[in-house]
Design a protein. Structure first.
Length: 438
């Protein structure tokens, strides 16, 4: 969902979501206006290593927009730990920003509230047309068959980052292509006194991203074809057990990572404490922490067997950030102009370079700057072996319920409590019970 997801999404209560759905758009007037044509409020997600980093990236671009249009943009960078609940509160009160960033996996859930401007053909026409965007990014903009609830802004994919020196010292010639290879390499790395693989066990969103990929690798999904939760199938249980088992059984994830939720695993990797990291578009974050690009390599996320990135194996979710407009904006024309500006070729090149993400706009993605080895892995993954998280109305509740179950299982593993097929299934059954009744 984002370049640097600094914290887990906060708990989303069912009552809040139901209230959001009941509000039918979050606007007393039922739509936007142009009552305040000279100002916009913009909630940006925390993409960089810190909020101040984002302000340094975004403020010069917002100044360009003001110079071009005369519209002043009031920027607030919202931490990931607060963003979803802030948005849902805004949908119930009708008092939100004009424009906001949303994690692309939330698109269908927020679409169901009715609070976001639909991007129909007419609205897409105002920003250059739907065809400007790559298909994988458009696949995470809302429920299939409906007009998108948002427009792609940044595209990302997970990759395996590995420390070249630690690998060389351990006598490992190439990054692992399968999980079994990763576990075997881990024994060599541990013999040299280093940690193997970083994780954010208390980060609900990171948890759901990884177990979703493991589930796909096991041929399973968390929802049935008609959108009903299916958290206790054999494939899902095996996927969660395997991921948590990297700590509980295989010991390649350090027990202390069960408490990580704030980029600590990225810091450990940047400081040379950990040999490998699974992360979305991490290069900018690593650079901000002083790690040279020459110090690490980037490879596709391991799979069960076969060759990663071949299109026959899933090794990432379709990660990214979308740009949405609240329907009750008081500067509808300005908000649309802002989306056009942010998705222009020039801004797409500037912003995605700054965040080491991939432009979802086709012409910007073709820029040579995005053909570096690191970006080549991410682009190929997005094009051939990434899958979109379920675009269902209950997706945000799914993230919270299952992500929390995995967090609790990591806590069990760190405490030495057994993580078994039965205990995993029990946690997932509890998570499924927390989902809205159909």
């Amino acid at each position: 969902m984002r370049s640097i997801r600094a914290a887990a999404v906060g708990a989303v209560t069912l009552s809040l979501v139901l209230a959001a759905s009941a509000c039918g758009g979050g606007s007393a007037t039922g739509g936007g206006s142009n009552d305040s044509p000279k100002t916009l409020t913009y909630w940006a997600s925390n993409q960089g290593a810190g909020i101040e980093v984002d302000k340094k990236v975004l403020q010069p671009e917002l100044a360009k927009f003001e110079k071009q249009t005369g519209i002043k943009v009031k920027l607030e960078v919202v931490p990931w730990s607060d963003l979803l609940n802030r948005i849902l509160t805004a949908t119930t009160s009708g008092q939100g920003p004009d424009v906001l960033n949303i994690g692309n996996t939330w698109s269908a859930s927020l679409q169901a509230t009715g609070a976001l401007l639909p991007w129909d053909a007419a609205n897409f026409g105002k920003i250059g047309g739907r065809d400007r965007f790559v298909d994988s990014a458009l696949g995470s903009t809302g429920t299939a068959g409906k007009d998108p609830a948002a427009v792609p802004l940044y595209s990302m994919a997970y990759a395996l980052y590995y420390n070249k020196k630690i690998f060389a010292d351990a006598g490992i010639a190439r990054p692992p292509a399968t999980w079994q290879e990763l576990i075997a390499d881990g024994k060599k790395i541990q013999a040299g006194g280093k940690q193997v693989l970083g994780a954010e066990g208390a980060n609900v969103s990171e948890n759901i991203h990884h177990v979703f990929v493991f589930a796909k690798q096991h041929g399973a999904d968390f929802f049935t074809a008609d959108g009903k939760p299916d958290f206790t199938s054999d494939g899902v249980v095996a996927a969660v057990e395997q991921y948590v088992g990297l700590m509980a059984k295989d010991k390649v994830i350090p027990a202390g990572n069960a408490e990580y939720a704030q980029n600590q695993s990225v810091s450990d990797f940047a400081k040379g404490r950990t040999a490998m990291l699974l992360w979305q578009s991490a290069s900018a974050n690593l650079a901000s922490q002083g790690m040279s690009e020459d110090a690490y390599g980037i490879a596709p996320v391991p799979v069960q067997s076969g060759t990663p990135g071949s299109g026959t194996q899933v090794n990432s979710m379709v990660a990214g950030i979308n740009l949405a407009v609240f329907k009750n904006t008081h500067n509808l024309d300005g908000a649309t102009s802002f989306v056009k500006f942010m998705t222009s070729d020039e801004e797409q090149r500037i912003l995605n370079k700054a965040y080491s993400s991939i432009p979802p706009v086709k012409t910007a993605q073709a820029d040579p700057a995005f053909n570096a080895p690191a970006n080549a892995v991410l682009k190929n993954t997005l094009a051939t072996s990434a899958a979109a998280l379920p675009q269902v109305a209950d997706e945000s509740q799914f993230e919270t319920a299952v992500g929390t179950a995995v967090k609790e299982l990591f806590a069990d593993a760190a405490a030495g409590r057994p993580v078994t097929t039965a205990s995993v299934k029990a946690k997932l059954a509890k998570a499924q019970q927390q989902m809205p009744a159909k």
